[in-house]
Design a protein around this ligand. Sequence first.
Ligand SMILES: NC(=O)c1ccc[n+]([C@@H]2O[C@H](COP(=O)([O-])OP(=O)(O)OC[C@H]3O[C@@H](n4cnc5c(N)ncnc54)[C@H](OP(=O)(O)O)[C@@H]3O)[C@@H](O)[C@H]2O)c1
Length: 225
Amino acid sequence: MTETVLILGGTREAATLARRLVDAHPDWRVVTSLAGRTAEPAPVAGEIRTGGFGGIAGLADFLRRERITRMIDATHPYARQISANAAEAAALAGVKLDVHTRPPWDRQPGDDWREVASEADAAAAIPPGARVFLALGSQHLAPFEARRDVHFIVRMIDPPASPLPLASHTIVTGKPGPAAEEERVLRDHAITCIVCRNSGGDGAYGKIEAARTIGIPVIMIARPA
Ligand SMILES: NC(=O)c1ccc[n+]([C@@H]2O[C@H](COP(=O)([O-])OP(=O)(O)OC[C@H]3O[C@@H](n4cnc5c(N)ncnc54)[C@H](OP(=O)(O)O)[C@@H]3O)[C@@H](O)[C@H]2O)c1
């Protein structure tokens, strides 16, 4: 049966899934939705639409208007709002919803992880005077503003649109790389601690391996419930 599939994307897994569906089902319409946060997103097979839907009602309208027969939530595990909206909108529009969430990373021998529940808890857990590699988007930095004793190296895919709310910081632009590259960044900036989320997958794992090799702690912000 021919399907019209909406993939909620913005992750490598979503792009892989789009490729797989387009190749396996040339007669299907496969649409990937991106939030539009990244200036130059990686290419995606099939169609792409960009930007918010306008909440649950907007997404439900989109599902009906485009006659979507199946929605796949392949968003990032910390993208809570869109996943919650997808569940509600699917029910409203009577569309089948599959959820593809990457499993989290597990602690390995040699890892020094300090698990915290929130960004505020992560900020409080940073040792005094640390040089911190902060692998979070610019919208998540406000809780770290109070740590004026800390120098932050903030890695972002695109340069920020407005100044960051951090007293002492350096911005490193680019995507996460393999462990050897991440190790170089950590050593070049004399990093003593990493703050990140348990994103799972291969793409962002290099920094975790590099932290293990160098022997520095990782303050790991837990996944949303
Ligand atoms: N959070 C992360 O750490 C992270 C990391 C890597 C990639 N991403 C990707 O970046 C995107 C945004 O993440 P977020 O954490 O900002 O999301 P979020 O907080 O869950 O969503 C906020 C709003 O952004 C819009 N939105 C989010 N994802 C969308 C999508 N795929 N297509 C269309 N609209 C979308 C929705 O607006 P409306 O209510 O107007 O529809 C949603 O209500 C997601 O696609 C996610 O997979 C996120």
